[in-house]
Design a protein around this ligand. Sequence first.
Ligand code: 9WN
Length: 536
Amino acid sequence: MASLATPAAPCLLRPTRCGPAGMPTTSDVALETVMTAGPWDQPALLPVRSRRERGADPATGRVSGATDTIDALGVADAAIPPAARIVRRAARRSYDVADLAMGAADVLRSNDIGTMVTAAPALYPHMWSWDAAFISIGLAHLGVERAGQEIRTLLAAQWADGMIPHIVYGDRGGYFPGPGRWGTAELSASAPQAPLTSGICQPPVHAIAVGRILDVARRGTDADRAAGEQLVRDSWAALYRWHAWLAQYRDPDGTGLIAVVHGWESGMDNSPRWDGPYSAVIPGPDLPSYVRLDRELVRDGAERPTDLEYDRYLWLIEEMRRASYDPVKVYETCSFLVADVFVSAIFAVASDVLADLGDEFGAPAEHVADLRRWAARSRAAVAASRSPETGLARDYDRRAGAWIDVETLAGFAPLICGGLDADAERALIETLHGPHWAGHPDLVAKVPPTVSPDSVGFKSREYWRGPQWPVVSWLFGWAHARHGHTAQAEALRAETLSLVGDGAFSEYYEPVTGEALGSRRQSWTAAVILDWCTAR
Ligand code: 9WN
């Protein structure tokens, strides 16, 4: 398998002028340097040099003082006292676009273990489903073949029934729950024996990634274009089966809203959206004991889910084991069953993308028609889920039989899939970019927080309860551009590049101070930043 250490195709990173509002303009020469900065297994030159110029310890790369946010281990610093926050915000460093592109490329290369680019170097040393899709978009700028390989690796783990699993385990341990805790290979007839996988899924962003890789490939050489088109031909049928699995097993009544059976399936693990449904998940006394590894790596416990949340996460796995991961039984018996409006919006727009690719590449007409039908149905359901009071889209708790009236970033799901009339869409865009959300005056960058700072549930450091996630910002930016909201797409790009200007490529950011949180050198952060630095 091709590794980033030995790129199989010429690098696609093109000299591009990147000078959006508020961002420094990159010179062609600097981006040319990214293309030739090898050897490929060495750290990127400019960010390391920049760190040393600022007095970093050459052994660790860490800068003395409270403002350093680059951590070679890929783990979080301890919590800083609130009084230091203001200092930290004022002292935030800001690398320019060329340095960010080079640093992002370095993150992807250094997290490449040959068979996969791990989601993060220490905290997530395996392949995650939606991470892999975003990662492949970043990889496309380093080599279309390598990007395609990432998608192929993920699809090689697809279950016989069509599900794409949320984790594909590599041969390193280092993450809990590992494959033994899931036991999918022993318990499910659909799960592969190799590679080992988890037993749930994640948001279906994969067709979006394949479409984006194709766009990048078509701006490259003839070989890039051929590799991009071959990827579509090789992956289309598998992606169709994946969408068919979601339609059949996660929306058996054809409502248009796709259900999740675990908060991890949403990708927004501990969002306050799930607090109600999780309160009905009661871990049994026979929950096998376990030891969390994440808390050893992220030392500030406030950045990660609580132990009670973890008990519930693990209990749901027990329930699924007892159902042998049969998707019909899981849907009927699992104590967590929520129609997820954000997943449904992604499903709708990814079905559109896949249908368009299918038309172009000669896929079976009835399959393309299925995708268009699923897309239309889910788009309508997302629009219909909106709260009459707030206009935000809502999840539906299928076990409780009730809408979930908790305001989070997922409420902007209609902006991902489209489908609102022009006035309603404009109003929702204005809300997203307005003073309660991305444009909140307290925020260090106008990037949508996962929960509004005005909400009682806002927790500035806690994972999906407030922090800004660059990858989610990219998704909104991509959707804005797709739906013709060019200025807002450009604003998200510029503001997110400013947020991540510290060069940490963190999993998420504290919105008020811009402090890097969670894992450092997180692959999907690097991937979307590389895409934003290099492609328009
Ligand atoms: C559980 C890998 C994944 C992301 C998720 C994010 C987090 C895992 C965890 O990390 O989830 O799947 O251990 O917290 O919430 O969106 O895919 O980056």
